[in-house]
Design a protein around this ligand. Sequence first.
Ligand SMILES: *Cc1c(COP(=O)(O)O)cnc(C)c1O
Length: 347
Amino acid sequence: MDLSRFPRRRYTPFATPLEPLPRLSAALAATCPGGRGPELWVKRDDMLGLFPGGNKTRKLEFLVADALARGADTLVTCGAPQSNHCRITLAAAVKEGLHCRFVIEERVAGSYDEQASGNHFMFRLLGVEAITVVPGGSDMAAAMQRVVEELAAQGRTGYVIPGGGSNALGGLGYAACAQELQQQWFEMGVSFDRVVVGSGSSGTHGGLLAGFLGNRIGVPIVGVGVSRDPAQQEPLVWKEAQAVADLAGGGFAVPRESVRSVGGYWQPKYSVPNARMVEAVQMAARTEGLLLDPVYTGKVMAGLIGLARAGEFAPDARVLFLHTGGLPSLHAYEDVVLGRAARDLAP
Ligand SMILES: *Cc1c(COP(=O)(O)O)cnc(C)c1O
């Protein structure tokens, strides 16, 4: 796959680290059948640029380059009240001298709070120009189009970035990540049996899958759903992977069976904590000093832990966990991750 013909802004001046997690691997193995578990490694995409970075940074490298090429002066995007994607898009806008507006979807009724900490605090600090709050289930594309029309009436040019930055162009960021991983594995002389990644708006999972297939990397990817079970999530990922492959000129069909996700770890609802997430966040923090977030990576690591305990990985398997970031929202859930709200949590 040759991605060099796509305009790209660079927000991370290095390949994110690939690190072994020996103490977390040992702690996990102790809770697996026969006391044996996989050898865990982490890809530190929580260290991407546009501090504090995360997976959206890779997508925005291509999306913002396109916005600039089209003469936009304002980025318009959408997300949940504690959206990492909105915060990172805003950081990119600031860095490029653009304005930025959000449409925030109140997916959990009453969850939007003007005084909230975490990402919401950063929206204010980084200087978002305007926030429109709409009820859960609203047509977000239409709401963003209205913002673009308001801007046009003032002689301005808005550029719409879909939720999570997950269209074909944004997904190229994770096709590029596949190439980065391939190079790193080769240089470090390490190979993997499985990659575990969060699967939400699907640009990360789908883009990475397109990149693996397009570069003939045979390592299977498992997506842990953060808002949907496989029957709803896998068709989304399949569509995204195919769109990325088509845009990149891959000339291949993404096999349906290459798309695999697991469910059961995001419940009771997107962004609402559960006990297995708390266990995963505490385990990673206390064995490796590795911080995970409550909405995404904590639930994804809970999925990895659950799969390991269910015997999904061979005992000597090397498994790579893609850390997609999200740390600012940790501060919006401090009591929960410290276990102070344990009695009120779903399993
Ligand atoms: C957005 C996000 C995800 C999910 O990635 P998608 O590309 O939307 O599937 C995972 N982790 C974090 C921290 C995120 O902010």
